[in-house]
Ligand binder design. Structure first.
Ligand SMILES: *Cc1c(COP(=O)(O)O)cnc(C)c1O
Length: 367
């Protein structure tokens, strides 16, 4: 038996005729590039803003660019510091460095893997300008506590929602709580395109205009009228058309992910630490991350049985070679360091069956 980590083919098969038609429409119109008059890009931006309940959605090339554009749009650059969690995909901290600012790492909460608000204030200096909480694995970071700290110290908050499409806190969607939300539509994310894609959401009109300008070479809906120097980071017409089709299924897919996680919780043995969800929070299970002492052995046994699993992520960000210059060791980030030795992501995709989950659990149990 082979069980993949994600199965993009199964999802395509279930939507083939709609997706194929959407792609063909864009090709027929040669509406490839996301300039301001691209009707497919405009339509997806309106669809996603509507889904989020925000006044603005600005498409861009990927979820790393969306973080960079938002940082730049908020005026963050050289000499500034930005607080980021010690556990995430490198894009979270890389975007800060790419804008000339310094990422300042904060350890995570042991049960939720998101930035620990209790450890943020000790890292704030006069140079601190923003916090980027990451709703890691699809579980929202503790935004009440983070927003209180941000307000007290007048910091901007960019929510990294690359793994949290549709996640919420007491009904409020992640990406609508801070100053802006940054989304990736990488194919394997909960809402994924058929190539790289990203987007930003905000209710701040000025920030929205700035981000749109930055992503469109400094133009704001007017060609050859460059108000500032920007960059090229646009959402493609084909990706936008695909995303509009897939957005209609997002809530259903999220429900399936939640049901899959609940089934894993039921059938995995007691000695496995299961993912926790804070009261009032909606976890959208981009990843189902369990913890075990014998993580490596479990991973190998699954592999031998044809079942893919993964580690998100094997090394805390501050301990990567890329941040050697900051001189950190494991004792600086004890929670993230311990977690990275124990975490294992099991397959999750909406089409995963309870039968497959049963097979996975029975293999884990043998370890
Ligand atoms: C995927 C991801 C990103 C970056 O998205 P790309 O579209 O791959 O550039 C940023 N942050 C987190 C937490 C991610 O998982």
């Amino acid at each position: 038996m082979h069980i993949p980590f994600v199965d993009l083919k199964a999802q395509y098969q279930s939507l083939k005729s709609e997706i194929d038609r959407a792609i063909q429409n864009v090709i027929d119109d040669c509406a490839f590039i996301g300039t301001s008059n691209n009707k497919y890009v405009k339509a997806f931006e309106a669809d996603f803003a509507n889904f989020m309940g925000t006044t603005h959605c600005i498409g861009c090339a990927n979820g790393t660019d969306s973080l960079e554009i938002l940082l730049k749009g908020l005026g963050i650059g050289p000499g500034d510091e930005v607080i980021v969690p010690a556990l995430s995909w490198i894009a979270t901290s890389e975007s800060v460095s790419n804008m000339g600012a310094k990422p300042v790492f904060v350890d995570i909460e042991p049960d939720f893997y998101t930035i620990d608000p209790q450890l943020i204030e000790e890292k704030i200096t006069p140079a601190t300008k923003a916090i980027i909480p990451v709703h890691l694995y699809g579980h929202p970071a503790d935004m009440d506590a983070i927003m209180a700290i941000a307000k007290k110290h007048r910091l901007k908050v960019i929510e990294d929602c690359a793994q949290s499409h549709g996640a919420s806190i007491n009904g409020k969607l992640t990406g609508t709580i801070g100053d802006a939300g940054s989304f990736s539509f990488f194919p394997g994310k909960n809402l994924g395109a058929y190539g790289d894609a990203g987007g930003m959401v905000t209710n701040n009109d000025l920030l929205a205009d700035r981000c749109r300008m930055i992503s469109q070479h400094g133009q704001l809906n007017k060609k050859h009228h460059h108000l500032i120097e920007g960059r090229n980071s646009r959402l493609d017409g084909i990706q936008a058309a695909i995303l509009s089709v897939k957005l209609l299924r997002l809530n259903q897919w999220t429900d399936q992910r939640i049901a899959i996680a609940a089934q894993y919780n039921r059938v995995l043995p007691d000695w496995i630490k299961k993912p926790q969800t804070r009261t009032g929070y909606k976890h959208v299970f981009h990843l189902y991350v369990m913890e075990a002492e014998n993580r490596d052995a479990i991973m190998q046994t699954l592999k031998d049985a044809g079942i893919e699993s993964a580690i998100q992520y094997p090394t805390p960000l501050p301990l990567l070679d890329a941040y050697k210059n900051q001189g950190f060791s494991e004792t600086d980030f004890p929670v993230a360091s311990r977690a990275t030795k124990r975490i294992l992501s099991l397959p999750v995709f909406p089409e995963l069956t309870f039968e497959q989950i049963g097979v996975i659990a029975s293999i884990v149990e043998k370890e």
